[in-house]
Design a protein around this ligand. Structure first.
Ligand SMILES: C[C@](O)(CO)[C@H](O)COP(=O)(O)OP(=O)(O)OC[C@H]1O[C@@H](n2ccc(N)nc2=O)[C@H](O)[C@@H]1O
Ligand SMILES: Nc1ncnc2c1ncn2[C@@H]1O[C@H](COP(=O)(O)OP(=O)(O)OP(=O)(O)O)[C@@H](O)[C@H]1O
Length: 289
């Protein structure tokens, strides 16, 4: 028996940090959406009682440190499943990039095993289990557009944003999410207009979305990685309507309405950075403005 799942990357349209919590995590408020750059997860039922991860990527672990392995292990233990699974990961999302690649693999594994092991869990139940694996996993279970609160696990779904093109560019060096949060100066932050962003999405107001892109974690990553600011400036020079770093970085994304402009930005980044993708937001709404 076999099943497969797409595991799409996410981008942050806003990312706000409100305060540091006693559990050492930060209380956040962020608007996130998925894009059509995705890993592919294949799950094969095995009689051996083992969880096995296979992947061509040399950047991710194939053992119990893999977030997809952890997702399978949690479900197996919670529901006392006696069968095993082979998890094959076709890695397309850059690793340690701020695109939640590992979290999305874990979420896809939860959705897939829910079918393969016939657990009949709801999306809400899978998201609650996902929060035990990582802060971004609950969002990735729904694979939609949402506002995330708490440490990232409290999800309120939003309508899909208006259609547009997204150019993603990742500088070579990865970034540690933990060290970015640790270096954040909470008393010096300018906060995003999260409510305004939610209204703009609900109104399918593309310009409103562009004018409200903001991520407080840029205050840490930009000074440490000057190439992130260089890519932002280059994208704006070549015609992006708005640009932002996603998550803790270092990936930068630029938004445009027309494909030809996306291609122009893509071409202008040659020489600046190797890892560039033209993708779409996974939205279906038509733009009203
Ligand atoms: C930067 C974002 O990707 C934005 O979507 C998330 O906030 C991070 O999500 P994630 O990578 O799934 O994070 P986790 O694996 O849960 O945590 C990694 C580390 O980031 C820090 N962390 C994470 C989330 C949060 N709300 N506060 C934190 O301080 C903690 O030091 C934690 O040890
Ligand atoms: N299936 C997986 N895919 C990618 N990374 C994984 C996976 N499993 C474990 N990891 C580890 O998790 C770390 C973070 O990788 P990931 O690509 O998820 O980062 P990220 O995009 O910055 O995530 P986020 O945006 O949620 O902070 C890497 O160091 C990697 O070794």
């Amino acid at each position: 028996m076999y099943t497969s799942e797409k595991a799409p990357a996410k981008i942050n349209l806003t990312l706000d940090v409100l305060y540091k919590r006693p559990d050492q995590y930060h209380e956040v408020e962020m608007v996130m959406t998925t894009v059509d750059l995705a890993d592919r997860i294949e799950l094969f039922l095995s009689e051996s009682d083992q969880i096995k991860v296979e992947s061509d990527s040399r950047y991710i672990p194939n053992d119990e440190r893999n977030l997809a392995y952890r997702a399978a292990k949690i479900l197996k233990e919670k529901f006392q499943i006696r069968k095993g699974v082979i998890i094959k990961i076709d890695k397309q999302i850059p690793v340690a990039a701020g695109l939640a690649g590992g979290s999305s693999d874990a979420a896809a594994t939860l959705r897939g095993l829910n079918r393969l092991w016939q657990l009949n869990l709801t999306m809400d139940e899978l998201a609650a289990i996902g929060s035990e694996i990582g802060s971004d996993v609950s969002f990735c279970v729904y694979n939609s557009t949402a506002i995330a609160k708490g440490r990232g696990e409290k999800i309120i779904e939003l309508p899909a944003p208006p259609q547009c093109w997204v150019v993603l560019a990742k500088p070579t060096q990865g970034v540690s999410t933990q060290s970015v949060y640790q270096s954040l100066k909470l008393d010096q932050l300018e906060h995003p207009d999260t409510e305004g962003m939610v209204h703009a999405i609900k109104a399918a107001n593309y310009k409103g979305i562009c004018s409200r892109l903001k991520n407080v974690l840029e205050t840490v990553t930009l000074p440490k990685h000057p190439e992130v600011q260089q890519i932002k400036s280059q994208m704006l020079r070549s015609g992006a309507d708005a640009v932002l770093m996603s998550g803790s970085g270092p990936t930068v994304f630029g938004l445009v309405k027309h494909e030809s402009r996306a291609v122009r930005i893509y071409n202008s980044l040659r020489g600046f950075c190797e890892d560039v993708h033209i993708v779409r937001m996974l939205g279906t709404q038509q733009t009203l403005d």
